[in-house]
Write a protein that binds this ligand. Structure first.
Ligand code: ADP
Ligand code: MG
Length: 580
């Protein structure tokens, strides 16, 4: 076969295969062109989800009559002129491919009038062939009409979804594209109906109101952070507002909407331990980077970028979010002054036998306070001996004056407290889990020797798992020995676990359910903590709360569940259907 250069119309149709996927991608290219032309108003109309008609009108710089044909010629652009320009791109377009590609697969018209021209000129094409060019009266700016998309490429037409689905994509693309351009006004009409209208000079938050539910908007806090050449702006949700899909995470680099695993990873890492694994926050992240430090020429539809300093970008975005969340905590718990606090509930299996009775003069509860609701034990037989009580009594003198009032236990699971004007509900299990996790991270766990060592026959797979985690398990307090070929002898278990839960934990580990140190600690903390449904005495509860107050990252358990919920005005007003 002889090698030949393909005719321009075919070249354009091939390029269209990459750039033009559906009406939404056409819209994206046209809006980018309007923004590059400095438009302060962009108006979009669509019919049948943009398949029948897509029209974009702007008030930007316009195209001179003599340049109209060039605008629909492949690799013709006004935006870059040298290789150096390509390395530092500050416009949205730069390849000179969009208009010729779109024109090659539709009935296309481009009308434009620069301010200096008295009249505009309109260029008409059908499936890439120029039909006519004629003068038209119009306001300064540019109008692009794209009709019957893919009418000449039935194979591509087949891949389009129903008009209603294409319409949804169109709306999403429009919204995402327009959102950060606060100075520019935008409107979108579909089938003659106005769907979105952004006035010029409105904030991102104002614009989000058109699409995102009020409840989410209320949970957003501002991002504003700078480090070296990077600036992070935008909005991010408090960990109390989450969803199971990542569709409300909008990423921008220099106002260009992108998809990016690195940025998504940085966001996930900032929320780690604050939300669950399968949950996502709501974020509008605007990253400003020196154009020479980001390569935008890596994806045909310019949806991805490559950063020169990936690590710096990751750290900066993470830090920006952490800082915003930290400055906007919904509640604050002042930690009491440090003291020689001992943990009285270190052994959860015996929790109900550890009774601490503070001296009456040293009461943890202010005198006029509400009587403690849960100060009755259902386990009188298990109450501590006189000896234990006395020892405990001596220790209670070193307790600080608590700065909260403990009101009681709900459903043997939740602890209700009042601090100042605020009420809080804690989940005793996750509160204890967080405390244990922090302690385990800080030091090795003490051992408890078993009276009778236990033997366990290891399978091949278990042997393999055990070899990998041997050191970690020892650090956690397991006394382990290999006797014979495949027998494991268990001589000691971590002190904070009862023997049964220690063995259960070990079995889970051997079954390969846990394989990282961090995961081991989380499992151990979970296994070792007070279960829901365990009755606590007032003192056990108070000590648990005091210990929790001193624990870092106390608002969330290691898996990201909240430990505390504030019963404040914001929560109560809607429950009582009040307006204020
Ligand atoms: P690129 O944007 O990569 O340059 P396009 O094919 O999208 O390529 O556009 C080709 C050229 O047409 C642009 O470089 C620009 O000069 C001109 N152009 C396109 N749309 C507009 C517009 N809305 N206003 C002014 N000029 C435009
Ligand atoms: Mg372009």
């Amino acid at each position: 076969m002889k090698i030949k250069v393909l005719p321009p119309a075919l070249q354009n149709q091939i390029a269209a295969g990459e750039v033009v996927e559906n009406p939404a991608s056409v819209l994206k290219e046209l809006v980018e062109n309007s923004l590059d032309a400095g438009a302060t108003q962009v108006e979009v109309q669509a019919e049948q989800g943009g398949i029948k008609l897509l029209e974009v009108v702007d008030n930007g710089l316009g195209i001179a009559e003599s340049d109209l044909e060039l605008a629909v010629t492949r690799h013709a652009t006004s935006k870059i002129s040298s290789f150096a320009d390509l390395l530092s791109i500050s416009s949205y377009g730069f390849r000179g491919e969009a208009l010729p590609s779109i024109a090659s697969v539709s009935r296309f018209s481009l009308s434009s009038r620069p301010k200096e021209q008295k009249l505009g000129f309109e260029l008409n094409l059908e499936f890439g062939q120029i039909l006519s060019q004629k003068p038209v009266p119009m306001n300064p700016g540019t109008k692009v009409r794209v009709e019957d998309l893919f009418a000449n490429v039935p194979a591509r037409l087949k891949f389009l979804k129903r008009p209603s689905t294409e319409k949804k994509r169109l709306v999403q693309t429009f919204f995402k594209q327009a959102l950060p351009h606060s100075k520019t006004g935008f409107s979108l009409r579909v089938e003659g109906q106005e769907l979105i209208s952004f006035y010029p000079h409105t904030t991102i938050l104002d614009r989000l109101k058109e699409i995102w539910p009020e409840k989410i908007l209320q949970s957003l806090v501002e991002l504003n952070f700078e480090r070296e050449e990077l600036k992070v702006r935008g909005l991010t949700s408090l960990p109390t507002s989450v969803q199971t899909r990542s569709d409300r995470i909008l990423l921008y680099v220099n106002n260009r909407p992108i998809v990016d695993k690195l940025l998504l990873g940085a966001i996930k890492s900032a929320y780690e331990g604050k939300i669950l694994r399968n949950e996502f926050p709501q974020v509008v992240l605007l990253l400003e980077v020196e154009p020479s430090l980001v390569d935008v020429n890596v994806h045909p539809a310019k949806l991805e970028v490559r950063f020169a300093q990936e690590e710096l970008v990751f750290k900066t975005v993470r830090q920006a979010i952490l800082q915003a969340l930290d400055q906007n905590k919904t509640y604050s718990f002042a930690p009491p002054t440090p003291n020689k606090q001992n943990s009285f509930y270190a052994n959860p299996n015996k929790v109900s036998t550890k009774v601490c009775i503070p001296k009456p003069t040293d009461s943890l509860l202010p005198k006029q306070s509400v009587a403690p609701l849960a100060y009755h034990s259902n386990h009188p037989k298990e109450s501590a001996s006189q000896e234990v009580k006395e020892a405990v009594l001596a220790q209670s003198q070193v307790l600080p004056n608590a700065d909260f009032v403990y009101l009681g236990q709900i459903d043997k699971t939740y602890l209700l407290i009042k601090q100042g004007e605020h009420f809080f509900i804690l989940d005793q299990h996750v509160v204890h889990e967080r405390i244990l996790f922090s302690k385990l991270q800080a030091k090795t766990c003490p051992q408890k020797l078993l009276l009778m060592p236990l033997k366990h026959k290891l399978s091949r797979e278990e042997e393999h798992t055990l070899d990998k985690l041997w050191l970690e398990l020892k650090q956690l307090g397991f006394g382990l020995k290999r006797v014979g070929q495949n027998i494991l002898e268990i001589r000691a278990v971590p002190e904070l676990l009862g023997s049964n839960s220690a063995l259960e934990f070990l079995q889970e580990v051997l079954a390969g359910h846990v394989n990282q140190k961090e995961e081991l600690l989380k499992r151990l903390a979970c296994k070792g903590s007070i279960k829901a449904g365990t009755e606590l005495t007032v003192d056990e509860a108070v000590r648990l709360i005091l210990d929790w107050q001193r624990t870092p990252h106390k608002e969330f358990c290691p898996h990201g569940r909240p430990t505390v919920i504030a019963l404040d005005k914001k929560t109560l007003i809607p429950l009582f259907k009040r307006t204020s």
